[in-house]
Design a protein around this ligand. Structure first.
Ligand code: IMP
Ligand code: MG
Length: 172
């Protein structure tokens, strides 16, 4: 595996994102909705750098098998929070095709929130097909399969501190 983003680069960028979000959401007490499982490392780091009041909730959805998108979304856990009239920030590990985030943004908007924005630590912008901008992006990365910092290959490697590119010989 090849190093793409080091622990210290990530830490610095997460702090910058948190500072921006703290400014943008001052006195708004947003609800952060993390997309499990991939969000858990980024979400924990991001929220601990914020200086505003927050609430958290999670959804669990799945579109990936092995290293490619299946093109269908499976909902494993829906939100529990009442998001009507609240500011929502979705927290994602990576936006690849954009399929997952498009689906979730549209779905959450049906529940009548005040606003919906998206924070993703990684963004494969060249392959994503989105009709909206991602509000808070950690890093734009090339369209390669990466693991670490919450991202997995078949549920492995989520605990790596750096983001690594999987090379063809790593994929079994
Ligand atoms: P999308 O629906 O194609 O945007 O894919 C989003 C989901 O696919 C993410 O939440 C990840 O769980 C997974 N995914 C996409 N690219 C990668 C990758 O390079 N490594 C690990 N998981 C990925
Ligand atoms: Mg994910």
């Amino acid at each position: 595996m090849k190093l793409l983003l080091s622990e210290s680069e990530i830490k610095k960028r997460v702090k910058e994102l948190a500072d921006t979000i703290s400014k943008d959401y001052k006195n708004k007490s947003p609800i952060f909705i993390g997309i499990l499982n991939g969000c858990y490392v980024f979400m924990a780091d991001l929220l601990r750098e914020l200086s505003i009041s927050t609430e958290v909730d999670f959804v669990k959805i799945r579109s990936y098998e092995d290293d490619s998108s299946t093109g269908t979304i499976k909902f494993r856990k829906d939100i529990s929070a009442d998001i009507d009239d609240r500011h929502i920030i979705i927290v994602e590990d990576i936006i690849d095709s954009g399929f997952t985030i498009n689906f979730l943004v549209n779905r959450l908007k049906e529940a009548g929130p005040k606003s919906v924005s998206v924070a993703s630590i990684l963004y494969k912008k060249t392959v994503a097909k989105l009709d909206f901008e991602i509000d808070y992006v950690g890093f734009e990365i090339p369209p390669e399969f990466v693991v670490g910092y919450g991202l997995d290959y078949n549920e492995k490697y989520r605990n790596l501190k750096d983001v690594m590119v999987m090379e063809p010989e790593d994929i079994d």
